[in-house]
Structures are given as C-alpha cells and as structure tokens.
Design a protein around this ligand. Structure first.
Ligand code: PLP
Ligand code: COI
Length: 377
C-alpha cells in the first residue's frame, strides 16, 4: 500500500502541470457583490465557483484536452457508462486562506495517490499526480477570489472522473472525463463544531472483503444513503458501519473515520483492512498524536467494547475525522438496544486539542514541520 505520509513529505517537489490547462474565462462570473454575500453565508457544498477544470482520457490517446472553463451543466449521452454501471471515483480536499492572504492546499499529493488507488480498483485510467495537482492549481488561479477567509472556512475541492463513453456492454469505458469543481465551505455539520450523534447501521454494511470499501467511489456512498436516512430518523447526524463479515467490529462512518480515546489517554482507531477508506485526515491525526507522545493503536475494535467502555468510563471520548468533518466530537452513540452519552455529551479535551493542532497547520497559525501545505496562490 502506498505510504501517503512519506509522499506528502515530498509535497514541495511534486511538479504541477497547471500551465498545460488552457484557460477560457467565464463570460458570466458572479458579480463581486453577490460572491462576497455568498462567502459571508457559508454552508457545505451548496455554492460553486465560476469555473471548473477538466480533461479527457481516450484509450488510444491518453489524457488530453486540459482546460479551465465556465462552471456549468455537462452534456452526457444517455448511454454514458457511468449512468448504468457507476464507473466513477472522486476525491475531496481543501484550500485554506492564511492571514497574509496566501492560499495553501493540504496534502494534495496524498489525494492524488488515493485517487489513483481508487482508479485502479474501478478499472479507470491512472492520472499523473502532476495533472491532478495542476488542475487544482489552474482552477484556484482562476477562482482565487472565491477562497473564503472567515474562521472555519475553506475552499472545498472535488476532483472526480467517470466513464463517459456511450455503450451498453459491461466493460471498462474507453472514454473517461475528469472534472474538478470547487465550493467555498463552512463547517460540514450545520451546528458548527458541536458533538454529533451516531446511529449504528442495522442490517446494512458499507463494504465487504474484496469489495470497494477502500476506494472513494460514488457507489459506496449510494449504498450508505438508506442507513444514513435511518440514522436521521433516530435523531443522528451520521451512521456507523460495522464490518460485514462479523457484524461486530467498528469500520467507519458514512463519510469519516472514527477514533476512541481511553481514559488513560491511549487512542484507538480501526485498522485498515481493505474495507475502510484510508483517510488523509486519519493518517495526519495519527502522526500528530504520536509526535505529541500519545500512544495510537490501529486495531480491531468491537462495538460491544465501545459501548461497555463508554458506560464504565474507560472510553472518555470518541471523535470522527475527515476532510469535510475535520475533527468532530461524537457525543452520543445509539442503536435499537442502547443509547449512550459520551463524555456527558460534551466535546472532549483530546478531541478539541487534536482539532486545534491540525487546523493550526492548515490555517498557517503553526509551523508546517510536516511539509503538508502546498502554496498555490
Ligand atoms: N471515510 C469515508 C467514507 C469518507 O468519505 C471520508 C472522507 O473523505 C473519510 C473516511 C475521511 O477521509 P479524508 O480524511 O481523506 O477526507
Ligand atoms: C470528504 O470529507 O471530503 C468527503 O468526501 C466526505 C463527505 C461526507 C463530504
């Protein structure tokens, strides 16, 4: 498996292909007054910038047609393979505005590498890291005015690729479109940084051994929507999936990884078994916690031990983490058979400490000793 930590340490040496993207400026960018109004009232993923980046892959030609153009609807043949067989993958990462006005991406090379691991699993073509990073740089250059500067805000970037070839046979498509869109965002959970409630999925699993659990493909999220809906019906913001083989071990939430903090300060998170997404936030948090002298154990964790640990106080905190969620405290864990409060339903010290530690680097408040931030504007 690729070591995303090691690759991120080389962030400053990975070249970018940004200059290869032909820029066709939008004829109708949002007037500055409306853009600034949008940037002053941020939600998650509801507003998009003026441009998008794109390129296309053809089996006999490879990647080409790199461009940045006006954001807008796509023209897609009804027989496009993605609409039938879901040959699609995506990524999610953020650009942060620092106090001096400069703009920095967090670990884009790690996302580029995970994109290629997902591409491999979905029989999609590999995308050179320089093209992935180049598309990010080219789009941010065009839409730099859209990077928000208020607290807890960032520009969320969504690269994705899908099978656009029109045919109905089941085989990897010979024409693939890559697109990158951007959305200025505030906190993922509407209440801001407050403890969230989690519902344990009943009778549904996100991924099975040998499936696509460790790929970031749309199909995984489609399968999570019904359990997520059931979580909402029980007053919970996120769903927790258990492993498909034993229905016992914690895997992850619908869109984030999960950690537990023991009373003695030890931190545990489900080990990577091929059915969990290898979160870039997860690996960053593990590294920072270890550098701070904490013991972090990647292991199999049963739901039963978490429930018992929360009840007898051996588990002091639970938190979720991901690009969108950053580090989010979990205040409640519920299922048809139990409903427990964690840390009295309050955000814990370890959770908020690691959130601070991570965001201090992301927002340039602390020195980036890891080489995680890539300046793009
Ligand atoms: N797990 C799932 C299912 C996710 O969708 C995400 C979000 O991308 C994560 C974990 C966390 O990954 P990352 O920290 O790379 O955003
Ligand atoms: C992300 O964190 O980037 C994701 O893709 C997860 C989703 C919940 C928005």
């Amino acid at each position: 498996m690729t070591d995303t930590t090691a690759s991120a340490a080389q962030s400053s040496v990975v070249a970018s292909n940004a200059a290869a993207f032909e820029v066709r400026p939008s004829a109708n960018p949002l007037p500055a007054i409306q853009r600034d109004a949008a940037l002053a009232d941020l939600k998650f993923g509801t507003q998009f910038t003026d441009h998008m980046a794109r390129m296309q892959w053809r089996k006999d030609e490879g990647w080409g047609d790199r461009r940045v153009e006006a954001y807008g609807p796509l023209q897609l043949d009804p027989a496009a393979a993605v609409l039938h067989y879901a040959q699609e993958i995506f990524e999610g990462l953020k650009a942060f505005k620092w106090a001096d006005g400069s703009v920095h991406l967090f670990r884009p090379e790690a996302n580029a590498e995970r994109f290629n691991r997902s591409a491999h699993r979905l029989a999609l073509p590999q995308l050179p890291v320089e093209d992935f990073v180049g598309s990010l740089e080219a789009l941010i250059a065009a839409d730099v005015a859209w990077v928000p500067g208020v607290e807890e805000s960032s520009l969320y970037l969504r690269p994705f690729m899908f099978a656009s070839e029109a045919f109905l046979g089941v085989r990897p498509a010979h024409v693939i479109d890559y697109l990158l869109i951007a959305s200025p965002v505030g906190p993922y959970f509407p209440g801001g940084v407050k403890p969230v409630s989690i519902w344990v999925a009943q009778g549904f699993h996100r991924a099975g051994p040998g499936g696509t659990g460790d790929a970031k493909c749309g199909g995984n999220y489609a399968a999570s929507l019904l359990p997520q809906q059931q979580a909402a019906e029980h007053g919970c913001q996120q769903v927790l999936f258990l492993d498909a083989k034993n229905d016992r071990y914690l895997e992850e939430l619908g869109g984030m990884n999960v950690f537990v903090v023991r009373r003695d300060g030890t931190i545990e998170t489900p080990r990577l078994t091929g059915t969990i997404l290898e979160g870039i936030t997860r690996s960053s948090v593990i590294q920072q916690l270890e550098d701070d002298g904490r013991k972090v154990i990647e292991k199999d964790i049963t739901l039963d031990e978490v429930r018992a640990g929360v009840e007898d106080g051996d588990i002091a905190e639970v938190f979720a983490c991901g690009t969108a969620a950053v580090v989010t405290p979990v205040g409640r864990l519920a299922s048809p058979t139990f409903d427990v409060q964690i840390n009295g339903g309050e955000a814990g010290q370890v959770t908020m400490g690691i959130r601070q530690r991570l965001t201090d680097i992301q927002y340039g408040r602390d020195e980036d000793t890891y080489g995680w931030m890539r300046r793009v504007a």
